[in-house]
Design a protein around this ligand. Structure first.
Ligand code: GLP
Length: 244
């Protein structure tokens, strides 16, 4: 799905999310969303917040699971994905605080394994993810599944590549402040979602998008594994689609 720009692309995704939330509401069911952070979903979340305010879209039945979080990081740090989600979406809508799930960047190292296993269990207990929203890193990562992440990976602690730390350094005082690790859903966690939408905007994403769509699927470009999902779409602007 190629759209003229970020704004129209984000609207398409927001409409898909809103339709699903409303459809589930009518059926008296929860809507389980997998959510992403980074610069890519900012316009999408602004649009969802607008739909809440102006069109009465309720998040009362939404259960959310975020893809990833830096490790270690304080929940209240301005760069944390916890803070990001509250600023850009959760504080703007009527989602119930107990329905929000974000990997915890504050836990002790020895507790991480158990917390990751628990995160997977919580997703299962919620009935699995109905719709997973993804961005894509310049190197083809999804969540923080860097190149080399296998198809069977689940939620776990990972090392960030230097290119990813560099790409995200703009949020921090300098690159040495960017955490070296993260907790991320795995490829298999993501692939279990019933529907996946990946968004990418701007020329910097064109090569990663082309590889994800056209190269043979492999660990070199983790997003290429999405080729094996039967309900996935890429929403792109023209610049991000330029290599296709
Ligand atoms: C970040 C996040 C990913 C995101 C990607 C692209 O590091 N962990 O979930 O999709 O990198 O980021 P951006 O949208 O800022 O380009």
């Amino acid at each position: 799905n190629i759209q003229a720009d970020v704004k129209s692309g984000s609207k398409v995704i927001a409409q898909t999310i809103a339709n699903l939330i409303r459809q589930k509401q009518q059926q008296g069911q929860n809507c389980v969303l997998g959510l992403a952070t980074g610069s890519s979903p900012k316009t999408l979340y602004a649009e969802l917040a607008r739909m809440h305010k102006e069109e009465g879209l309720s998040f009362g039945n939404v259960i959310s699971f975020n893809l990833d979080e830096y490790y270690p990081i304080s929940k209240e740090a301005p760069q944390s994905y916890n803070r990001f989600m509250h600023n850009h979406l959760f504080d703007q809508v009527d989602i119930k605080p107990e329905n929000i799930h974000i990997p915890n960047g504050e836990i002790k190292k020895e507790d991480i394994k158990a917390a990751c296993a628990d995160y997977e269990k919580q997703i299962e207990a919620a009935g699995g993810i109905d719709l997973q929203i993804l961005g894509i890193g310049n190197n083809g990562h999804i969540g923080f599944n860097e190149p080399g992440s296998g198809i069977y990976t689940r939620t776990r602690l990972v090392n960030l590549t230097n290119s990813t730390r560099l790409a995200n350094a703009y949020e921090f005082a300098n690159i040495s402040e960017v955490p070296r690790m993260a907790i991320t859903m795995g490829i298999s966690t993501i692939m279990k979602s019933r529907q996946i939408i990946l968004m990418a905007w701007g020329p910097a994403k064109a090569i990663a998008v082309k590889k994800a769509v056209e190269d043979e699927d492999s660990e070199i470009v983790p997003a290429s594994f999405l080729q094996n999902h039967d309900n996935v779409s890429f929403v792109l602007d023209e610049a991000a689609a330029a290599g296709l």
